[in-house]
Ligand binder design. Structure first.
Ligand SMILES: Nc1nc2c(ncn2[C@@H]2O[C@H](COP(=O)(O)OP(=O)(O)OP(=O)(O)O)[C@@H](O)[C@H]2O)c(=O)[nH]1
Ligand SMILES: [Mg+2]
Length: 416
């Protein structure tokens, strides 16, 4: 099933969702019944032989004459207590897992709220003025898509393909046209991403090194802090390298994160050679068995050439010490800067081998369409997304959740 069909199915009426919920509950009930049955079978033959009435009677007596209970009955009570403890912890686990799932989805949902509203409002405005599907309509559509940051090439491509599609389907009503637009966007996005690897790669042996690059203010240091927190929570041994020795206060900022999330850091005085910092960090990561080394770098130097040379040097040092490293070179892009982010990415891609994108500040933008442009025009996988400033506000990129968060209002409308 294509992504668009999945989305549409998710909105195809409350009855279906209710049915699915019912099925899930029934399955849980069955599992619980089975468990209870197994536990009863474990009981001694004497106890198992007791009639149901007897059991009821014993329970009533237990409740009324607790103090005089026979040792046997006490055992029963203990057993009961254990069973109910097991039940409580089982139900708690299920509840926790469900709550976690909900919060994860909510996080994406909230983080994309502005984009969804912005995008939805633009498409709705376009459709509000819609009279015929003619040249003007497709010009307006192209403009709307460009404004939503899906990227110029993507906007033109969608508009062109839609002209044929609309004719083919003989789409005339607003909902037919809106349906066709969203379907095209989602399908194109899915098609372009088929070969894409959105996972972060780890070393098979020894420390994994992630190098963070990107212009100033995009969120490199914050992302490192959040990721360090995540890995620390997972029980990994994490080390940070403060290689932004240029900007005043940059070392202190990373140091603060290290303290906040309780991980170690390698730092040298301001203006030291960042290559020397990374050298020390790699050595320490190797000799002290760290699992992950996260390397922060400067976003701005005296000029762009210096910056790119410095990044190349840092990377060379890492590679020399651990040949398969860095496992990831992650380019941080600020989603609120729209097309500017694409230009930055192109520049970095030309000089460094970027392995993935961290798309930050998605919570603060109505321009989530940039994800489509990154995939369709840059062909770089988004691996992480920043959905806020706090240490828990980082998520692995999930294309389906993302597309769902971006288009759900429009798909919901067309599914009605
Ligand atoms: N709302 C929001 N703010 C973010 C996010 N990520 C980072 N920020 C904020 O963006 C600002 C800049 O973040 P930094 O991590 O300092 O950026 P940087 O790339 O290290 O910048 P330089 O060190 O100057 O190169 C800070 O105020 C962060 O709190 C995010 O996902 N959402
Ligand atoms: Mg920084």
């Amino acid at each position: 099933m294509g992504l668009f069909d999945k989305l549409k199915r998710a909105f195809s009426g409350p009855e279906q969702a209710e049915d699915e919920e019912k099925e899930k509950l029934e399955e849980q009930d069955k599992a619980q019944e089975q468990k209870e049955k197994e536990e009863t079978e474990e009981e001694t033959p004497d106890q198992a032989d007791k009639s149901v009435d007897d059991e009821k009677q014993t329970q009533i007596e237990d409740e009324t004459t607790k103090d005089q209970a026979e040792p046997e009955t006490k055992e029963d009570l203990k057993k009961q207590a254990r069973t109910s403890d097991d039940e409580t912890s089982d139900t708690k686990e299920i509840k926790d897992a469900e709550e976690k799932k909900e919060t994860e989805e909510d996080r994406y949902d909230q983080g994309l709220k502005k984009s969804r509203q912005g995008f939805g409002a633009k498409i709705n405005a376009l459709l509000a003025n819609f009279r015929h599907v003619d040249e003007d309509f497709f010009d307006d559509l192209e403009e709307t898509l460009i404004e939503s940051d899906v990227g110029f090439e993507t906007a033109v491509k969608i508009s062109d393909e839609l002209q044929d599609e609309v004719k083919l389907r003989n789409a005339k009503s607003k909902s037919d046209v809106s349906d066709a637009i969203v379907e095209k966007l989602v399908d194109l996005y899915e098609k372009e991403g088929q070969e894409e690897d959105n996972t972060l790669h780890f070393a098979k042996n020894g420390p994994t090194v992630f190098l963070f690059v990107g212009v100033n203010g995009v969120g490199k240091t914050t992302t490192i802090g959040k990721l360090a927190h995540k890995y620390q929570q997972e029980g990994k041994k994490v080390l940070l390298a403060a290689c932004d020795t240029f900007r005043a206060g940059a070392i202190e900022q990373l140091d603060e994160w290290a303290q906040r999330v309780d991980v170690d850091i390698v730092k040298k005085p301001a203006q030291s050679d960042p290559a020397a910092v990374v050298f020390d960090a790699v050595k320490r990561a190797q000799t002290e068995d760290y699992d992950v080394l996260l390397v922060d770098t400067a976003g701005r130097l005296q000029n762009k050439v210096n910056l790119m040379n410095e990044l190349a040097k840092i990377k060379r040092v890492i590679k020399r010490e651990i040949p398969d490293s860095p496992q990831e070179v992650l380019l941080a892009l600020d989603a609120t800067t729209g097309q500017n982010a694409l230009t930055q990415a192109k520049q970095f891609k030309d000089v460094t081998e970027v392995s993935g994108i961290v798309l930050t500040k998605l919570d603060g933008t109505a321009r989530g369409g940039i994800v489509l442009a990154i995939r369709n025009e840059l062909h770089l996988p988004v691996k992480l997304v920043g959905l806020g400033e706090q240490m828990d506000d980082l998520r692995d990129f999930d294309a389906e959740k993302f597309v769902y968060g971006l288009f759900k209002d429009l798909v919901a409308q067309t599914a009605k």
